[in-house]
Design a protein around this ligand. Structure first.
Ligand SMILES: CC1=C(/C=C/C(C)=C/C=C/C(C)=C/C=O)C(C)(C)CCC1
Ligand SMILES: [Fe+2]
Length: 527
């Protein structure tokens, strides 16, 4: 398994024509743009964790029935410094690096101690974000890197802190129907407070400022204070409904004193995150209009989540589906030392992901009895129990076990929906299937093939789609058998039958997230 997770992949910046089997739909014109770690060894040094790897952006371009592949390492400052030094000199999530073991260590250590929040990496390896006509590679630090979606060239480095006071921001923003970006970030100990900030990046800028970036027009929408100044929650994504932002404060937290001293203590950033199994998981619903957090205290038992699937409102209740773990073992299992030949044995110790549904009522009668279930939704076994201190305890319903990297038809984001498309994991963290789950019936369809490791499936709707699953699924498939070439798979989203596959004769990396960019959204790049 190490051969797949930990190998260095060569970049192919010039387009390579793929061999197509089946027929690429004529209406499918555009670029599937994806991001993920592609290099884990620099010179003699090796990263400890899969999430540390240098960002390799790759793309599949669909043009008149043909498919072209290309890939390029993000020329981040991190990449350039590492390549120049021929060793890892910038710290990542699971690897603490020391720029110069002889000369620099004290100067660097003093500079770290004088800032509570250390200088983070710009190795943006998690996702791709679109703001107006611009595309960015993103991670969870304060840096994002602009890229050219066609050539995959690396452009400006953008520091969120210039526009909004956040030290961390998610790599999973949301988009409204006008293309405005909604994202969240954490402001750590700023002006003596730690808070979670919701911000909006408009999709267009005023005509007279056409040359400026949308980020210059970033607006703070609202914020939620952290329960603790020095131990804010860690979160990887959030949810939106028509009227609310769904934010989960989980007992998987960042320890700021540890983070501030990690460099000096010779430990990695990952060791500054800890799971508190005896604490609660708190739910926040921020009203988009009033900017206020609904005041009741909604909670569930301790859990860890990374990905929200979708959220919506029905009959005065907020319904949200998330991929949950019993503990923080997801971060543990991606250490390269566990992803070796004994990985099946090792992964037995790690909890499996499960998609769970929570249902939270926003109003209830004064006379509701203590212990009574406030959920009024016949289709679910999720409950919301009124407690004597006024808080509401919300045990979930399990929708489906063994799925991660969930995607939906994004036209249904924030709305009542039925289908999840995800990677199926037999042993975490190895994806062996693509799964379509019907959240209503819990029935599923799967695609699998021997030696195939599918990436996060992306749903692209048909041009005149009527039903939610009228569209196709795109997934890049990495193979664990060197004799079998990797390929881009196209499935019919309704039946899960294969429409086409486009095989490329170069090694592909296992990636994390990305987006399909329709041709019409690329036009302005050519101007
Ligand atoms: C560098 C760095 C971070 C990086 C986190 C990363 C890279 C997380 C990746 C998560 C993924 C890919 C989850 C998938 O479900 C932190 C902890 C935010 C803060 C300290 C500095
Ligand atoms: Fe993610």
């Amino acid at each position: 398994m190490e051969v797949i997770f930990g190998r260095n992949i060569e970049e192919h910046p010039e387009p390579i024509k793929a061999e197509v089997k089946g027929e690429i739909p004529n209406w499918l014109q555009g670029i599937l743009l994806r991001n993920g770690p592609g290099m884990h060894t620099v010179g003699e040094t090796r990263y400890n964790h899969w999430f540390d790897g240098l960002a390799l952006i790759h793309s599949f371009t669909f043009k008149n029935g043909e498919v072209y592949y290309r890939s390029k390492y993000l020329r981040s400052d991190t990449y350039n410094s590492n390549i120049e030094a021929n060793r890892i000199v910038v710290s990542e999530f699971g690897t603490m690096a020391y720029p110069d073991p002889c000369k620099n260590i004290f100067a660097k250590a003093f500079s770290y101690l004088s800032h509570i929040i250390p200088e983070f990496t710009d190795n943006c390896l998690i996702n791709i974000m679109k703001t107006g006509d611009e595309f960015y590679a993103t991670s969870e630090t304060n840096f994002i890197r602009k890229i050219n979606p066609q050539t995959l060239e690396t452009l400006e480095k953008v520091d969120y802190t210039k526009y909004v006071a956040v030290n961390l921001a998610t790599a999973h923003p949301h988009y409204d129907s006008a293309g405005n970006v909604l994202n969240m970030g954490t402001s750590i100990v700023g002006k003596g407070k730690t808070k979670y900030v919701v911000f909006k990046i408009p999709s267009s800028v005023p005509e007279e400022e056409k040359k400026k970036s949308c980020l210059k027009h970033l607006e703070v929408m609202c914020s939620v204070p952290s329960r603790s100044l020095l131990h804010p929650t860690y979160y990887h994504s959030f949810g939106v409904t028509e009227n609310y932002i769904v934010f989960i404060e989980q007992p998987f937290k960042l320890d700021i004193p540890k983070l501030a001293t990690a460099y000096f203590r010779g430990v990695n950033w990952a060791s500054c995150l800890s799971f508190h199994k005896d604490e609660k998981t708190w739910f926040h619903f921020i009203d988009k209009k009033t900017k206020k957090d609904i005041s009741a205290t909604f909670y569930t038992d301790a859990m860890v989540l990374f990905h929200h699937v979708n959220a919506y409102e029905e009959d005065g209740q907020v319904i949200f589906d998330v991929i949950c773990y019993a503990d923080s073992s997801l971060y543990e299992m991606f250490y390269l030392k566990y992803l070796n030949a004994e990985f099946k044995e090792n992964t037995k110790h790690f909890s499996l992901p499960a998609c769970k549904r929570f249902v939270v009522p926003l109003q209830w009668g004064e006379d509701a009895e203590i212990g009574s279930n406030l959920v009024r939704l016949p289709s679910t076994t999720a409950t919301a129990l009124k407690e004597s201190d006024g808080s509401i305890y919300c045990p979930p319903e399990t929708i489906y076990e063994g799925i991660e990297l969930p995607r939906i038809n994004y036209d249904y984001n924030g709305k009542k929906y039925r289908y999840i498309f995800a990677a199926g994991v037999q042993w975490s963290p190895v994806p062996t299937q693509i799964v379509k789950v019907d959240v209503l019936t819990k029935k599923s369809l799967t695609w699998r093939e021997e030696h195939c490791w599918p990436a996060e499936p992306t749903f692209v709707p048909y041009p005149h789609a009527k039903e939610e699953d009228d569209g196709i699924i795109l997934s890049s498939i990495v193979t664990s058998d060197p004799r079998k070439a990797p390929f881009l798979l196209i499935l019919d989203a309704k039946t899960f039958t294969e429409v086409a596959r486009a095989t490329v004769d170069v090694a592909l990396h296992l990636d994390l997230h990305g987006m399909f960019v329709p041709e019409k959204d690329l036009k302005s790049q050519e101007d």
